[in-house]
Write a new protein. Structure first.
Length: 173
């Protein structure tokens, strides 16, 4: 039986501020990447073309390409089979970026996680029981309760209305 390998991918750049880039990964998490730590960990020094990324204005030129962050502003070349040099963008694998990132703590996700945990506990349910009743997994319930995953509206509705037997009400203020 083949084992499925889950490779992290970046789906969206949410915000670039200071030396940090906030992105959403394919596991649903919004995470903050501290680029000073990333550049230090991959040993980018003054001699490296990527050293310009220590400059906030240059870091803000990040683009999403091939499900990772890409920087056209970094002068990088590869040698082709025919010996010619070709300019390519500087990219760092999404797996490395995931490793050096931390989850974003959004206020709405913190509130939602607490609300679900409180309602589940009040109903006397375990995470596993709630997961079975709502058609999700215990791990997913745990990730929501611990603010480690965003939740789709349809899934939220199943958790609240089917799993917890409550009514979902959403307001926009």
């Amino acid at each position: 039986m083949r084992k499925t390998i889950k490779i992290p991918r970046i789906l969206k750049i949410n915000k670039i501020e200071n030396h940090s880039i906030n992105v959403t990964f394919n596991n649903g998490e919004s995470r903050i990447i501290d680029f000073r730590k990333v550049l230090k960990s991959i040993v980018v020094d003054e001699k490296s073309p990527a050293f310009i990324l220590y400059n906030e204005d240059e870091l803000k030129k990040a683009e999403l390409r091939n499900h990772t962050l890409s920087f056209d502003n970094v002068e990088q070349f590869i040698t082709m089979r025919n010996g010619q040099k070709e300019r390519v963008p500087f990219e760092i694998g999404a797996d490395v970026l995931l490793k050096y990132s931390v989850p974003e703590k959004s206020e709405i996700m913190m509130k939602l996680g607490r609300l679900i945990r409180d309602a589940r506990q009040k109903a006397g349910l375990t995470q596993q029981e709630l997961a079975i009743m709502s058609g999700t997994s215990r791990t997913y319930i745990s990730r929501i309760e611990n603010e480690r995953s965003d939740v789709e509206l349809a899934t939220l509705k199943k958790i609240i209305e089917i799993g917890l037997g409550r009514q979902l009400e959403i307001k926009i203020k």
